[in-house]
Design a protein around this ligand. Sequence first.
Ligand SMILES: C[S@@+](CC[C@H](N)C(=O)[O-])C[C@H]1O[C@@H](n2cnc3c(N)ncnc32)[C@H](O)[C@@H]1O
Length: 236
Amino acid sequence: MAGLRKDFISDYDGLADQWWDPRGALAPLGWIARARSDFVPAADHGRATLLDVACGGGLFGPYAVGKGYRTVGVDLSELSLREALRHGFDEVVRADVADLPFDGAAFDVVTAGQCLEHVPDPYAVVAEACRVLRPGGTLVVDTIADTRVARFVSITLAENVPIAGRPPRGTHDHRLFVNRERLTRVAREHGVDLRLIGLRPRLREMAGYAVGRLDEVRMVRTRSTAVLFLGVGTKK
Ligand SMILES: C[S@@+](CC[C@H](N)C(=O)[O-])C[C@H]1O[C@@H](n2cnc3c(N)ncnc32)[C@H](O)[C@@H]1O
């Protein structure tokens, strides 16, 4: 896609010391990881393995391990992968999520949190995620919808209002935001019927966080999937 920034991954290398800072630039990713964990079933056999696509600094690691999974992460940011290894991941692989270096049907669960809105072809990434998921396994993705309201909330507000947890300007490029119909169609073509659920932060807790009274904000489900949404499904 013309005009996309090429240095995006080095941004995450540069932010690697902030993954686990509850008031740092990546803090909201931790809130979303917690919400995502509600959609991941507990491991149902001793060698169950979860792949976290674009795992970043491993914010999902403690949840995956807590549910009994051997946990594997893929990301391009070397420094972030080191953090993931320190937070419960059993194995990390430096690779492009559009070309996952794993056999088909290798994983019991595949998660891809806040990843699709950062790649040039999110639908190819979803196809890859479905490919490496075993029949009967669970796919959980969460991302940002390609709507005007999402652009306003995720860029105009989130990247500019000066409170803790604010991502650096330029973190998001609205041209990469994800089309929900196309996402569900591609997942279905690859064997996974996705159910979409909207997510938003609890507004009271957000206010408490903004004034420094709280260190975490819980996410709640919303009917609207027009901003932040999660898709969950089982592979046929
Ligand atoms: C917003 S962070 C989300 C990290 C993690 N999933 C979470 O929710 O905390 C996006 C991550 O995607 C990674 N990433 C972006 N493009 C990628 C690509 N093509 N292949 C692998 N990782 C990529 C970045 O390095 C970064 O760690």
